[in-house]
Design a protein around this ligand. Structure first.
Ligand code: NAD
Ligand code: TYD
Length: 338
């Protein structure tokens, strides 16, 4: 496998963890990170990568066909597409950007990748495209897509487009569908970083509905290793589910965080449920384990304790996000405000 990789959305949570993984595990690869720095993109996530000779950051939109064509035409061998609008609650408030970036952006990337005959295209998708499970069972790659939120519908549409490009053009695309991630650099709007940072600031944590919705948690580093395995060993046209067998109710997560941070029940506040709230996700990752020779390595209890410690040790990182001050990194680099 050649080694010039375009990583889109690399200033976000999972993308920046992926960049860090590649810089340490594949030091000879050339990485180009394309990100248009939405509210979720943060140059501080890549602070230690800037200046490394094999890493280049390009501020730009995946929907910008000319820019994408130019970048991919410049010797790119593979594309890993993380760029997305990723938060369900925001998609419920309005989904125009979700349709634009998640669907149209994927099309623009694939057209350029096809034109320049890239060797592989990895579409980073989500288990949410499968919809909601009952009490039993887990999503396999054969589970029909049944998205319930505007976010998951936009991701499912992109997945269908990826499938169609493979079937129609023989385009060498691989789709990964992972469960909920936790770990360093997650934007504090998602459950775990929101609750940790609220508790550190002595604020209550808002549990939606009865708190019994189940998510299947995986450490972001295990997810990133699976994406790398898919890039290197995955078969074109295939879908790989990624998960780590850690089904937890939101209340279980909340109680664990209260315990790790030495807080009591009084910090927990039940609030109105999310509209269309999926009840349960669970992933069967047998195919990825068998075909990609990948295994999750991070124990859930240890991973959660380390993650909480990371947010304790990086208070300026999340405080700057909460105050909006993090936009200064953009100003420092580009001499103007967003
Ligand atoms: P994130 O919101 O933290 O980061 C998204 C990044 O994409 C940001 O840096 C943002 O600036 C960038 N971006 C958005 N629109 C763009 C555009 N038009 N052009 C260029 N860049 C753009 O998201 P994340 O949690 O890191 O998720 C990354 C991918 O993984 C997404 O595709 C998401 O659907 C998928 N995923 C996430 C999870 C999870 O638990 N977070 C689980 C499974 C799959
Ligand atoms: P989230 O982190 O938004 O991920 P997703 O919706 O993609 O699974 O939410 C995880 C779970 O936590 C989900 O069931 C909704 C719930 N939740 C809360 O109870 N309170 C909150 O403030 C947030 C953000 C999420």
């Amino acid at each position: 496998m050649s080694n010039n990789i375009l990583i889109t959305g690399g200033a976000g949570f999972i993308g920046s963890n992926f960049v860090h993984l590649l810089l340490s595990e594949r030091p000879n690869w050339r990485l180009v990170c394309l990100d248009n720095l939405t509210y979720a993109g943060n140059l501080a996530n890549l602070a230690d990568c800037q200046g490394q000779k094999q890493f280049q950051f390009v501020m730009g939109d995946i929907c910008d066909a000319d820019l994408v064509d130019k970048l991919i035409g410049d010797n790119v061998d593979a594309v890993v597409n993380f760029a997305a609008e990723s938060h369900v609650d925001r998609s419920i408030l309005g989904c125009q950007e979700f349709i634009r970036t998640n669907i149209e952006g994927t099309q623009v990337l694939m057209d350029a990748a096809r034109k320049h005959e890239v060797e592989k295209f990895v579409q980073v998708s989500t288990d949410e495209v499968y919809g909601s499970l009952g009490e039993e069972g887990a999503f396999t790659e054969q589970t029909p897509l049944a998205p319930n939120s505007p976010y998951s519908a936009s991701k499912a549409a992109a997945d269908m487009l990826v499938r169609a490009y493979y079937k129609t053009y023989g385009f060498a695309a691989i789709t990964t569908r992972c469960s909920n991630n936790y770990g360093p650099y997650q934007f504090p709007e998602k459950l775990i970083p929101l609750f940790v940072t609220n508790l550190l600031a002595d604020k209550k944590v808002p549990v939606y509905g009865d708190g019994l919705n189940v998510r299947d948690w995986i450490h972001v580093e295990d997810h990133c290793r699976a994406i790398l395995a898919a890039l290197e060993k995955g078969r074109a046209g295939e879908v790989y589910n990624i998960g780590s067998d850690n089904e937890k109710t939101n209340l279980e997560i909340t109680h664990l965080l209260l315990k790790l941070l030495g807080k009591d029940e009084s910090m927990l506040e039940y609030v109105e449920d999310r509209m269309g709230h999926d009840r349960r996700y669970a992933i069967d990752a047998a195919k990825a384990k068998n075909e990609l020779e990948w295994q999750p390595q991070i124990d859930f209890a240890k991973g959660m304790a380390q993650t909480v410690q990371w947010y304790i040790d990086h208070q300026p990182w999340w405080q700057e996000i909460k105050t909006g001050e993090y936009l200064k990194y953009y100003k420092q680099q580009y001499g103007k405000t967003l």
